[in-house]
Design a protein around this ligand. Structure first.
Ligand code: GLN
Length: 485
């Protein structure tokens, strides 16, 4: 898709301004219903589009991403543009700088159409936790798009953007990609800079692409990855073009199937699609091996201890003083306009009580508890130890296989409201995705078929997890699947 559009641009079959206007046209037509966007950045987009068209006119070389319309999740900062992270507490927050990924995109003249909806502070699996509006799944408007990058996935699936950036702390790129029938890539921890990403859980967060094809995901990764002085967790890496590693067959590849991922929690129809996908990999020449990741059963509890602990610490800054919304006195009927200040503690309490949603408060409370003096050893420290065991499972298995294949989520997109009163049910949506974040390995979700549901067809996703910093092979295997017969 990106390469095709690129060709059209350089062959003067279209211009970036035309393409950009075409996409804004689609957004205007469809987004009332879908609700993928929170903010549109028309001026910025058209400026970039004009710059690309000028370069083409002058015969200058342009980047593959140049002139192509994309979208950015609203927890990634764009200089001078509102960044809400889906929260009321950041309703009036204007980002004062560009995130490193955005800086890179701007340097390449990518056309950013706007900012997409998400669960508040990226906490959720359905985008229903957004303080703003619902985002609907383009495959079935009665269903959620997944989350937390639901806006980005829906925008790409509805073709309101060619591709979009998401963030993934426990599955937030891959699970919505799977629910909407798109491709979603969470890079290795350290591959992409998080400078300018509104942090959720810093030892887990990664930014990555949601796209229409594996090739597009590879091109986008090439554009956004690399070491960054502004993020000390980024790894040294030579600039790579991940789209150049594709091969027709994957005969030398060993794919591991983790038995723990195929338990009774997996929906039967998703299982059928998954089994068919395994057969297809065999046909493409890969060797399939049963493997075991014995500590998988602890992934979700470990994730919900470590993630909430980090959330409680990261979100302490949203206190009505340092950022965003300030509530001076909630009992004052005019408090949204300012009201009268009482004292510092009341300002903190009222701002956080009013500005933060239920799920965010729940996680701050859980995390504060697991980090508290009396419980730190029993919960946080123990969870860190089990996290090391989970990582070791991967180290062992990667001596035997090159990639690991599983379903992305145990089911297809669910209906609005279905899991909102039971957080545990919602958390189960991430059962197959959180391990990649805990271990830090790269993982990609791609469509493995659709499941008929009344008059609709609901997309199902398969997930490949790769070795640390081996996005080449990960993308190569996913690409072979997507393009194989
Ligand atoms: N759905 C998961 C959660 O609620 C993952 C979130 C994410 O990856 N940002 O924590």
């Amino acid at each position: 898709m990106i390469k095709e559009l690129h060709k059209k641009l350089i062959n003067n079959e279209t211009t970036s301004v035309k393409l950009t206007e075409e996409y804004f046209g689609k957004i205007k037509k469809r987004d009332n219903e879908i609700g993928a966007f929170l903010t549109l950045t028309e001026d910025l987009a058209l400026d970039q589009a004009r710059a690309v068209d000028d370069k083409i006119k002058k015969g200058e070389k342009i980047d593959l991403l140049a002139g192509i319309p994309c979208a950015v999740k609203d927890n990634v900062c764009l200089d001078g543009i509102r960044a809400t992270a889906g929260s009321k507490i950041l309703d009036n927050y204007i980002a004062p700088y560009d995130a490193t990924v955005v800086k890179k995109l701007k340097e390449k003249n990518a056309v950013i159409l706007g900012k997409t909806n998400l669960d508040e502070f990226a906490m959720g699996s359905s985008t229903e936790n957004s303080a703003y509006h619902k985002t609907k799944n383009p495959a079935d408007l009665e269903r959620v798009p997944g989350g937390s990058s639901g806006g980005s996935a829906a925008a790409v699936a509805a073709d309101e953007a060619v591709w979009a950036l998401g963030s993934d702390t426990g599955g937030s790129i891959r699970q919505p990609a799977s629910f909407c029938g798109t491709v979603g890539l969470k890079p290795t921890y350290g591959r992409v800079s998080r400078h300018g990403l509104i942090a959720m859980a810093s030892s887990l967060d990664q930014i990555g692409p949601i796209a229409k094809t594996v090739e597009d995901a590879a091109i986008i990764l090439s554009g956004i990855s690399g070491e960054d002085n502004m993020d000390a967790t980024t790894a040294k890496s030579s600039d790579k073009f991940y789209e150049n590693y594709f091969t027709k067959d994957i005969k030398n590849i060993k794919i591991g199937i983790p038995e723990e991922y195929l338990n009774e929690g997996l929906n039967d129809k998703v299982r059928e699609k998954f089994e068919a996908a395994v057969k297809k990999f065999k046909k493409l020449g890969a060797e399939i091996k049963k493997i075991s990741l014995p500590h998988s059963e602890y992934s979700l509890p470990v994730y919900y201890i470590i993630m909430t602990s980090e959330v409680s610490s990261n979100l302490a800054r949203f206190d009505g003083i340092k950022y965003g919304l300030r509530v001076n006195d909630k009992s004052d009927s005019n408090f949204e306009q300012g009201g009268l200040p009482r004292n510092l503690l009341e300002t903190y309490l009222d701002s956080r009580e009013y500005g933060l949603g239920e799920e965010v408060k729940r996680r701050i409370m859980l995390g504060t508890y697991t980090l508290s003096a009396g419980y730190y050893d029993a919960y946080y420290l123990k969870a860190q130890k089990v996290r090391a065991l989970i990582k070791n499972d991967f180290k062992k298995v990667f001596k035997e296989v090159d990639v690991i294949f599983s379903p992305t989520a145990p089911e297809t997109a669910f209906k609005f409201g279905e899991k909102m009163d039971d957080p545990l049910k919602m958390y189960l949506s991430d059962i197959y995705t959180v391990t990649a974040n805990l271990a830090g390995v790269p993982a990609i979700s791609f469509p493995i078929g659709t499941i008929p549901e009344k008059t609709r067809k609901l997309p199902a996703g398969g997930q490949l997890m790769g070795k640390w910093f081996d996005e080449e092979n990960l993308l190569r295997v996913a690409h072979a699947y997507e393009n194989g017969i």
